[in-house]
Design a protein around this ligand. Structure first.
Ligand SMILES: CC(C)(COP(=O)(O)OP(=O)(O)OC[C@H]1O[C@@H](n2cnc3c(N)ncnc32)[C@H](O)[C@@H]1OP(=O)(O)O)[C@@H](O)C(=O)NCCC(=O)NCCS
Length: 176
């Protein structure tokens, strides 16, 4: 499941600056997520894994255009499966007027580049396989997200070869 990523579009890179999220970005990112997701997004079970847990320092990123306008964002939280640690990718969102330009890909690729050097070897998410397959994510069998979560939407990718091998069980909050 080691994902070989195709090269990122240079054009997307030149249109947007992708930088680590800072505290000053926080509420703007929340507003973007509110715009991009259905109402009640924080009621989703995956959010219970984020309650009272600080996102992973240095991995959450924002994309701004040349005028500084927020166009997209991605966040990561730490989680545990048994004794194993993993990254929970998401939410990732691109402003509706900027979708389809490759910015989602750029955010995912750029942020994941920093994960292994920071000591993270595996990443999971709850999402649409047809979108995330292109980034090397595939169904994680035996890894259970808090209910109600469709198991077909629990996807993972190794950042180090074989990092998901033998990892199974319930995904738990980092601090539990
Ligand atoms: C999902 C999202 C982040 C993708 O961002 P983006 O910048 O439009 O993505 P990219 O430009 O990198 O890729 C676009 C491609 O992905 C495809 N795609 C987008 N969402 C998809 C989905 N849910 N399922 C399958 N394919 C999808 C598009 O059809 C397009 O395909 P193409 O390259 O064959 O034309 C963006 O559509 C979004 O913010 N959606 C709302 C929030 C959301 O659903 N977030 C993901 C769940 S955590």
């Amino acid at each position: 499941m080691l994902g070989a990523l195709p090269p990122q579009s240079g054009q997307t890179r030149s249109l947007y600056q992708i930088t680590p999220e800072t505290s000053e970005d926080h509420w703007e990112v929340e507003a973007l997520y509110d715009l991009c997701f259905a109402p009640g997004r924080t009621a989703l079970s995956s959010y219970r894994l984020r309650d009272d847990v600080v996102p992973v320092q240095g991995l959450s990123h924002v994309a701004r255009d040349g005028e500084g306008i927020l166009a997209g964002a991605i966040r990561y939280w730490p989680v545990r499966i048994g004794v194993h640690k993993a990254l929970l990718l998401g939410p990732v969102a691109v402003h509706p007027t900027r979708q389809g330009e490759g910015l989602g890909r750029a955010l995912i690729e750029e942020s994941l580049c920093h994960a292994a050097p920071l000591g993270w070897h595996r990443v999971l998410l709850v999402g649409d396989a047809p979108y995330y397959n292109r980034f090397g994510f595939s169904r994680l069998k035996g890894v259970v997200m808090p209910p109600p979560t469709n198991p077909d939407r629990v996807l993972g990718r190794s950042l180090l070869a074989g990092a998901w091998d033998g990892v199974s069980g319930t995904v738990r909050r980092w601090v539990d």
